[in-house]
Write a new protein. Structure first.
Ligand code: PLP
Length: 649
């Protein structure tokens, strides 16, 4: 009785789910699991913070007729991120008695949506939080929204005459617009235009640091970076400005190490080098006053605490403190006043802001045989060999050794490969091949289950877990909603948003609905490691109740980089907040309709309908369909044109 109780596995709890999916690690306190077993997002209700269930939000949307997939935005999370960064710098500045100010700018390219820019300029005003524009359209958006004379508008990127004129006009009107020289040739054009307009420009210069960082975007910094001036070009700019009597216009040194810098040491190294260059420019007689560190402040997508490319070994507080300390040290040595500090933090501000919720449409299960397989007496020898291995796997062998396990694996792979070769030479029939492969997968499933107890590391059994998995088909497009996942193997947290009181019983790769083999998620951070499949619940498709997954931290870079692969368009979008305990759905935007995406690729929906109608009419004329059927068929075609590009239920 006592033994029995001891060996019973305790029931699965929400704590187990929280740990499995690492939500408390990557969720940054914004996301958690409720006692009901649902993912909650913490939102502000008046002065209090309240957890709101994502499943509840989706239910409200469904009741209103909004279909999945849906991108849900949380303005509260955006505001908290702005607070965290600005207050982080404010407290480090206070503690270090730093004399300059922090005046962050948000790089528009990271999420250009009007709602983001509107929120940042309104809410960020108390911090004089500015904007970074990397192109003419971004500058135009910045000028329309940023009217705080104490905030900066930093202009990076290539500049033509029109861009420069706009920046100079804005400066004339009292805005603090800084034009950053990305290439030596830009200086002449800026000086010409500013002389013509009678405005002394505020100039910055982007410098190629020698310090290189790790991470995917390391190439954005260092000697090999595409952007910025090297040291001799920098000196030429200083000399030209001096000759023109305009050294007072050079106000800012800028660098950008790359996005998502995982290691704080690299950040410290870069800021130290930049501070030395800054001091050198002051000593050359430039007016200066501002040091712009670019982007790079990392967030944890995988929930790990180390310097992995999807994570970081530091937090916002440490980042702010280290930046202030490094600049203070260098400027003190050089006897140069503390500059104002700009960072162009992008993903750290907006990544948490959006969550994509999808539903699972179908499943392709990995189901190896559970019992013996009967073979015909005259079955090929190869099949009999596989059957022997399979029988051994079905016995409860307590004395199984590491060596024997390896041997069984080797033999099974050998027989399976031979089976396939013999099949292609026509020596083995289709049904026998199928039986052989079934037994092979039975053996493999058993082998993988034994690795831990037998103490085998499984390293030679490469990619076994990636194959022995279910495929869950999710209602989304990787190319439209998660382009970085496809392009650069970015990790995003993925987990069910409900049923978290239940133990997940399946392992799955998540496929999208494009017909592209790249349209899948097969890298997940869970249980403290990167795995090729994700533990999920049986989606019980037959029940008619949706099994829903959240894909988190998709607020940075994903929305506008997405493309129309397979003509799957923008998803539905909604912004959610709470007021007096009630959910508020704002700024609902319907996703692209089929006719919209077709028109993006130059089809005229009316012409498409006419062409199809002609086909239908010729079918009527040749008696293949009746006129009534033609009406029904045309109705279906036109409804299809009006419909959502994703699966509708
Ligand atoms: N500033 C510049 C010049 C950039 O190129 C980038 C992005 O690579 C950023 C800022 C934003 O970087 P992050 O999103 O890592 O903060």
């Amino acid at each position: 009785m006592t033994t029995e109780r001891r060996t019973k596995t305790p029931p699965w709890t929400i704590e187990d789910s929280a740990e499995l999916y690492g939500i408390r690690e990557w969720g940054h306190g914004y996301f958690d699991v409720s006692a009901k077993g649902e993912v909650v997002v913490n939102l502000k209700d008046g002065k209090k913070t309240k957890p709101v269930s994502l499943a509840q939000i989706v239910k409200g949307l469904r009741d209103r007729g909004t279909q999945l997939p849906v991108l849900i935005r949380f303005g509260d999370l955006l505001r908290w991120r702005i607070d965290e960064l600005n207050e982080g710098f404010a407290s480090s500045i206070r503690e270090a008695k730093y004399q300059g100010a922090y005046r962050g700018v948000y790089p528009i390219k990271v999420n250009q949506q009007q709602e983001v820019i509107d929120e940042i300029t309104r809410y960020g005003r108390k911090y004089h939080y500015g904007l970074e524009a990397g192109s003419k359209p971004e500058l135009i958006a910045a000028l329309a929204y940023m009217h705080d004379p104490e905030a900066y508008i930093v202009c990076n990127g290539y500049k033509d005459e029109e861009f420069i004129d706009l920046a100079l006009y804005a400066q004339k009107m009292g805005l603090q617009v800084i034009m950053v020289l990305e290439m030596p040739s830009e200086l002449k054009l800026i000086l010409d235009r500013s002389k013509k307009m009678g405005v002394r420009p505020t100039l910055g210069v982007r410098f190629k640091l020698s310090a290189e960082s790790a991470g995917h975007w390391a190439g954005s910094g260092g000697d090999a970076s595409v952007f910025g001036l090297n040291i001799s070009q920098l000196m030429t700019v200083v000399d030209t400005l001096r000759e023109e009597g305009m050294l007072d216009c050079l106000r800012m040194l800028h660098y950008h190490q790359g996005s998502q810098i995982p290691n704080i040491r690299a950040i410290r190294q870069a800021v130290t080098e930049a501070a030395r260059v800054y001091c050198g420019l002051v000593q050359e007689g430039a007016r200066m006053g501002i040091l712009d560190l670019g982007g790079g402040l990392a967030i944890s997508y995988d929930g790990f605490k180390g310097a992995t490319s999807a994570s970081s070994n530091y937090g916002t507080k440490e980042y702010c403190a280290d930046v202030i300390e490094a600049i203070s040290e260098v400027t003190a040595e050089a006897g140069v006043p503390h500059p104002d500090i700009i960072t162009e933090s992008g993903r750290a501000i907006v990544a948490y802001y959006s969550v994509l919720v999808i539903n699972i449409l179908d499943v392709n299960r990995f189901e190896p045989p559970t019992g013996s397989i009967e073979l015909a007496k005259d079955a090929p020898a190869l099949l009999k060999n596989l059957a022997e291995l399979h029988e051994e796997s079905l016995k409860n062998n307590n004395k199984l050794t590491r060596e024997r396990l390896q041997e069984i694996y080797n033999d099974a792979v050998y027989y399976r490969d031979k089976l396939r070769t013999e099949f292609s030479y026509g020596k083995i029939g289709l049904r026998d091949r199928s039986l052989g492969e079934e037994m092979y997968w039975g053996v493999m499933t058993w082998v993988s289950g034994k690795l831990e107890s037998v103490g085998h590391d499984g390293s030679q059994m490469d990619r076994m877990s990636a194959v022995m998995t279910d495929y869950y088909y999710g209602n989304f497009s990787v190319f439209q909603s998660l382009p970085d996942l496809w392009a650069i193997d970015q990790i995003f947290p993925v987990m069910p948003i409900h049923r978290l009181k239940e133990k997940p019983t399946r392992n799955a790769v998540l496929s999208d609905i494009t017909c592209d083999s790249d349209g899948k998620i097969d890298k997940f951070a869970h249980g403290g490691q990167i795995c090729e499949s994700l533990p999920l619940h049986d989606p019980e498709i037959e029940s008619g109740v949706d099994y829903m997954l959240g894909i988190f931290l998709v607020g940075a870079y994903q929305e506008t980089l997405g493309d129309l692969h397979n003509l799957l368009g923008d998803t539905n979008v909604v912004s959610v907040s709470i007021e007096n305990g009630k959910l508020k759905y704002r700024r609902e935007q319907e996703g692209d309709s089929v006719s919209e995406v077709l028109s993006y690729v130059e089809y005229d929906p009316k012409d498409l309908a006419t062409r199809f109608r002609n086909l239908a009419e010729s079918a009527v004329v040749s008696n293949r369909i009746t006129p009534t059927e033609r009406r029904e068929i045309m109705g279906a075609f036109e409804a299809g044109l009006r419909g959502y590009t994703y699966f509708e239920s």
